[in-house]
Design a protein around this ligand. Structure first.
Ligand code: TRP
Ligand code: ZN
Length: 467
């Protein structure tokens, strides 16, 4: 499903035609203020797609102030008289489009930009937003915090689901993926870490160091991160040559060592199970304990709140295939992220001679979740492909019943077809977006099995399935 298409009202063909004949300037119309996501209707914006974000940030842990310049290169999908960016908090100091001063105004988390001249359909245009202030957390509907989070002198920007707008302006919906360059200047003695690969690290004078990070693969905004702290950094490579960059809060170094030591092996295992690792590097950002109430699979370098265990590292690395490379078409499709990452935990355990996925499936069915991290949570409360509302997209059914959906498919089609399905799904939608309907259609086509009952009972059915 392409949400963007739904969001564009069918109007101005006539306008374009008439102005085309007279040679007058092309008439644009405002881009939509949201992409009509079923759970976050205002997330993202219509009328354009971003190709690249160049974020130039300066952060000072001493006063918590962030100064940013976001240069957003996008392609207009319609004639545009104005368009929106998602941005909340922080002061906007100026907006340029194609080098010309643009007018703008703000309502809630919508920043509306009116360029000096209309943009033509198909035009690639550059928007520069200068901003500054003390960024704050964004509280999401389930009460968890994203956005910009600080602990002591460390800080981290995280986005899932709608926190990215708290630290940079953008088209913040997972359906609009773009490449990124993130440059961060911090006081000497601090490390600044972001997604992708470190291009340069240099002293820029006045006691500051600049870190330039580059992400050549497309990334959904909610997977972007920046972390600033006095991290211990270690680098290495996986056996097949994927670069690894771990940044760890000093107090968490000892506790993280064992799990992070397994990262190369986990990346290799994932590549064998799911197909080639989708990114140019892997790594971790370990924040002080209690920085966040969760870990997040930020692209190439998941963020952990305190020392992770091996299973959590496995989960976040599995998201690099499922969630990050193959991203959800909407926030209703979260089980495509969490069900898959959870099932990856089950497979990792099984492949290493631990508890089998079948045994875990049976234990969940019998109401004994003691074998899992989801111990005590109600996995059956709602169908994973239809969470009741935005406050439940990260609840137990999305994770555990989502994993059980995959196991039910495996029971139906057998191991050969099932593992081909996992690899095929990752390959087919690599660096793209996919919906639940895309998955069910793909699974049936690839395996040649009629899986309607699995979808009806496990994916969409009300009530707790019995088997
Ligand atoms: N996606 C994360 C994971 O499973 C968890 C997560 C991130 C989360 N942000 C959240 C859970 C906000 C609840 C609320 O690895
Ligand atoms: Zn997850």
């Amino acid at each position: 499903m392409e949400l963007k298409r739904l969001a564009v009202p069918a109007v101005t063909a006539l306008l374009v035609l008439t102005t085309g004949c007279t040679g007058a300037t092309v008439q644009g119309r405002p881009g939509a203020s949201g992409l009509r996501d079923p759970f976050f209707p205002r997330a993202g914006n219509g009328g354009y797609q971003v190709e690249h974000y160049a974020l130039d940030l300066a952060y000072d842990p001493a006063d918590g102030r962030l100064r940013g310049t976001a240069v957003i290169t996008a392609r207009a999908e319609q004639g545009l008289s104005s368009f929106n960016l998602d941005f909340s908090g922080l002061k906007v100091e100026g907006v340029d489009v194609q080098g010309a001063r643009a007018r703008y105004n703000r309502t809630g988390s919508e920043l509306t930009v009116r360029p000096a001249r209309d943009l033509k359909k198909g035009e690639v245009f550059r928007t520069t937003v200068d901003y500054a202030g003390r960024p704050k957390p964004v509280v999401d509907p389930d009460g968890s915090e994203e956005g910009w989070i600080t602990t002591g002198d460390a800080a981290v920007g995280v986005g899932e689901p709608v926190g990215s707008m708290g630290w940079f302006p953008g088209n913040h919906h997972p359906s609009d993926k773009a490449t990124y360059d993130v440059t961060v200047t911090v006081p000497d003695g601090y490390e600044a870490v972001s997604n992708g690969e470190l291009r340069s690290r240099r002293a820029v004078g006045e006691g500051r160091t600049e870190f330039a990070w580059h992400s050549p693969e497309p990334m959904a905004g909610y997977l972007a991160t920046v972390a600033v702290g006095k991290f211990k950094v270690s680098t290495g490579r996986t056996p097949s040559g994927v670069a690894v960059y771990n940044a760890v809060a000093p107090g968490e170094a000892a506790g993280s060592a064992a799990a992070l030591a397994r990262l190369p092996e986990i990346v290799e295992w994932g590549s064998a199970r799911f197909g080639p690792y989708p990114f140019g590097s892997a790594g971790s950002i370990v924040m002080p304990a209690q920085t966040l109430g969760y870990a997040l699979e930020t692209q190439t370098k998941p963020v952990y709140s305190g020392a992770p265990d091996e299973e959590l590292v496995l989960h976040e690395v599995a998201h690099q295939w499922f969630g990050n490379s193959v991203s959800p078409a909407s926030w209703k499709d979260m089980w495509l992220n969490e069900g898959f990452a959870t099932y990856a935990e089950w497979l990792w355990s099984e492949d290493r001679g631990g508890v089998s996925a079948q045994r875990r499936f049976e234990a969940f069915l019998a109401g004994d979740t003691g074998v899992d991290r989801g111990a005590g949570e109600d996995w059956g409360a709602f169908p994973p492909a239809a969470p009741p509302d935005a406050a439940h997209i990260s609840d137990a059914p999305v994770y555990y019943r989502g994993a059980m959906v995959l196991h039910r498919i495996r029971q139906e089609v057998g191991d050969g077809a099932f593992f081909a399905l996992l690899r095929g799904w990752a390959a087919d939608h690599r660096h793209g977006n996919a919906s639940t309907a895309d998955f069910t259609a793909y699974a049936q086509r690839l395996t040649g099995h009629d899986l309607k009952k699995v979808w009806d009972v496990w994916l969409y059915g009300a009530g707790r399935p019995k088997g």
